[in-house]
Design a protein around this ligand. Structure first.
Ligand SMILES: *[C@@H]1O[C@H](CO)[C@@H](O)[C@H](O)[C@H]1NC(C)=O
Ligand SMILES: *[C@@H]1O[C@H](CO)[C@@H](O)[C@H](O)[C@H]1NC(C)=O
Ligand SMILES: *[C@@H]1O[C@H](CO)[C@@H](O)[C@H](O)[C@H]1NC(C)=O
Ligand SMILES: *[C@@H]1O[C@H](CO)[C@@H](O)[C@H](O)[C@H]1NC(C)=O
Length: 359
């Protein structure tokens, strides 16, 4: 209890400090769709058919992106009241993050040279990369769960995922295969689609019907599925895969810890809010030195994100995980959750908050 109030005070102090500074900051408007978004299929009819089968390769950047696009497009009707052009869709955070991982060279062959991010094979996401292994378990189980529940409607042909020989046993390529190894994860990933399918129309406007989607609930299901995937993927790939440098590996671990703070706060995973958080995601892999002092080529947002991630995961690690646990307890209160996005956004958005010389 005593411990609890110390942490509560610390968090309140931090909030006051950040809110004070937020008044003198400008907003940032810089939102991008994931790389190649407009070029990948977003509806079942647009998927290429071969020999009466639709084959998707989860190791092709475009096919994995297309899985996200199918989920985003086919769930659009449940999010009409949360933003124009489907920007309120909760899957955006996962799709934009995946795009970021790819364009920043983090799904690439780890032995490639660091500064020149040219992919080894155009549009391929490699099993050797730790990031792409973890991100596999975020994207694919959601997609397989949607298929399992016929979320995309009746399919003209069966959809199969193309297995890759390399590290075959570390990945699962069908719902049943994944469910045999990770039933808990699959049960969590099914929830979001079951929830959406159970929604009812609240308006019969023929053009734009709305459904009784509860944003808090749906964001919670998104983050639970994300975390379930990370919990499966991290032990499989964190030590056995390459992260290019010790600095990048530490960053990956710390970043994933920081995301847990966002998840506990039920941070909105819609297009705009996700883009805000990812604004400072480092544009290239880190060297070991970058984790200590970010290189000259990182801009102020990247430096802020790195500092925030280091600070949050550092305090958590020094406290033996108590920081996250207390945060989770505090975030059980609806009022705290309401304030949290603003707090988190400020921490990530505005470099002048960090009392360090970062420029
Ligand atoms: C979304 O799916 C519908 C069919 O369900 C399709 O007509 C439309 O073209 C798709 N949109 C995109 C951007 O792929
Ligand atoms: C609507 O969303 C699509 C991506 O799904 C994007 O390509 C397009 O530019 C957006 N349109 C507007 C008007 O923002
Ligand atoms: C997944 O596996 C669990 C445990 O074996 C089983 O109880 C459950 O019915 C399976 N789920 C589906 C949708 O097949
Ligand atoms: C995105 O975050 C802002 C606060 O930063 C909030 O006002 C808005 O409602 C959020 N979007 C959604 C869809 O929750």
């Amino acid at each position: 209890m005593g411990n609890h109030s110390v942490w509560s005070s610390l968090i309140i102090l931090l909030s006051v400090f950040l809110c004070f500074f937020s008044t003198r900051s400008a907003t940032v408007e810089n939102y991008d769709y994931p790389y190649l978004w407009d070029q990948v299929p977003g509806s079942i009819e647009d998927l290429p058919v071969k020999d009466d089968q639709i084959i998707m390769d989860p190791w092709d950047y475009r096919d994995r992106l297309s899985m996200y696009k199918l989920m985003i497009n086919h769930s659009a009707k449940y999010f009409t009241q949360f933003g124009i052009n489907n920007t309120g869709n909760v899957f955006w955070a996962l799709a934009t993050f995946y795009g970021k991982l790819y364009v920043t060279g983090r799904c690439d062959n780890p032995s490639n040279d660091l500064v020149n991010n040219s992919p080894e094979k155009e549009n391929f996401v490699l099993t050797k990369s730790g990031w792409s292994g973890i991100s596999y378990y975020v994207a694919i189980p959601f997609f397989l769960s949607a298929l399992k529940l016929n979320f995309f409607g009746p399919l003209p042909y069966q959809i199969e995922l193309l297995p890759q020989e390399e590290r075959r046993s570390d990945f699962c390529y069908s719902f049943d295969e994944c469910n045999a190894s990770y039933p808990q994860m699959m049960a969590i990933d099914l929830k979001i689609f079951e929830y959406l399918q159970s929604r009812e129309k609240t308006s019969n406007n023929a053009e734009n019907p709305t459904y009784n989607t509860d944003m808090e609930t749906i964001i919670h299901y998104t983050w639970s599925g994300h975390q379930a995937g990370v919990d499966v993927g991290k032990p499989l790939f964190y030590d056995k895969s390459q992260f290019y440098s010790a600095g990048e590996k530490d960053f990956a671990e710390s970043f994933l810890t920081t995301i847990e703070f966002l998840e506990a706060a039920n941070y909105p995973s819609d297009f705009k809010n996700a883009s805000d958080i990812l604004l400072g995601f480092p544009h290239r892999r880190l060297t070991t030195g970058d984790w200590l002092i970010p290189g000259w080529d990182f801009d102020k947002y990247e430096k802020v994100l790195l500092t925030a991630v280091k600070l949050i995961s550092g305090i958590n690690s020094i406290s033996g995980g108590a920081f996250l646990n207390i945060w989770k307890t505090i975030m059980m209160s609806e009022t705290a959750r309401k304030d949290a996005p603003v707090l988190i956004k400020i921490m990530f958005d505005f470099p002048e908050f960090i009392p360090l010389d970062i420029n």
